[in-house]
Write a protein that binds this ligand. Structure first.
Ligand code: R5P
Length: 260
């Protein structure tokens, strides 16, 4: 791995704790104005001081994020479909030149294992990895789960391993029973957890704690942070779980203490 690639990865995953709290706010690329992100800047800007990285699209950055922010950007570069159509039908929507111009620290795309356009999404990842390695830009692969996919270690392990073998530098996948098997299947490639649909704050913290205890390098959470009634309290609590190994009950107190 070249120096630039290592340096960019170290900006995302803290080299001291080997952990990362990434804030995912890229939902609009296929969901439109997701609850909490209609005015993305109003929701996201107050959370930036607590995020190690921001997963976002180029359009959202230009509309809602100030150019003097200094959080590493993990740029969503796949899309081309919507919630009204087949989700796996993705293409690369942002060139590597544009990603560099926007000062992305990493790029990201989804991979739909078992989806109708599985091969196309793996091809997107392979192309990004080739380009990313040329320019020293890491690629985060999201194991996207379609409606009919089981969220178990067998499926998530299969999807994550295919992303690893295709060359992804970070894997984003979901919490499941026996999560350690998914981490093991990824070798030395760091694994971060996607949050999924909004659930109770304590349950979301329990989920984060589970993956950390089972070897994850952190989280890449969206709705369970920005749709919380106290988003700052929630991201602080998630940080405590991820970076400080704090038990869920103590982390929950951090959430509760924060003003609305
Ligand atoms: C989905 O493909 C998007 O990449 C989101 O970033 C991802 O689902 C993580 O957000 P959440 O924690 O809301 O699931």
């Amino acid at each position: 791995m070249n120096w630039g690639m290592k340096n960019r990865l170290a900006r995302i995953i803290n080299p001291k704790t080997k952990r990362c709290v990434m804030l995912a706010v890229d939902h609009g690329y296929f969901q439109g104005p997701t609850t909490g992100l209609r005015n993305l800047g109003k929701t996201v800007n107050p959370l930036l001081p607590y995020a190690d990285a921001l997963m976002i699209t180029r359009g959202a950055i230009r509309n809602w994020i100030s150019e003097d922010m200094d959080i590493p950007i993990v740029l969503r570069v796949s899309g081309g479909q919507s919630i009204l159509k087949e989700l796996s039908n993705e293409i690369i929507t942002t060139s590597i030149c544009n990603a560099i111009r926007i000062n992305a620290t990493a790029v990201t795309c989804s991979v739909y294992i078992g989806g109708e356009f599985e091969k196309q999404s793996i091809t997107n990842l392979a192309k990004l990895v080739d380009e990313g390695e040329h320019y020293g830009i890491p690629v985060l692969a999201v194991t996207a789960v379609g409606k009919d996919m089981a969220r178990d270690s067998r499926y998530l392990g299969l999807a994550s391993r295919i992303c690893v073998e295709t060359g992804a530098h970070i894997i984003k996948t979901y919490n499941c029973e026996n999560f350690e098997e998914v981490v093991e299947a990824c070798g030395n490639t760091p694994v971060v957890m996607a949050g999924g649909k909004k659930i109770g704050e304590k349950d979301a913290l329990t989920m984060a704690k589970n993956v950390i205890d089972k070897g994850a390098a952190g989280v890449d959470m969206g709705r369970n942070i920005f749709q919380s009634s106290k988003p700052i309290g929630m991201i602080k609590a998630v940080r405590a779980v991820v970076h400080d190994n704090i038990p869920v009950d103590e982390a929950y107190k951090i959430y509760e203490k924060e003003k609305k």
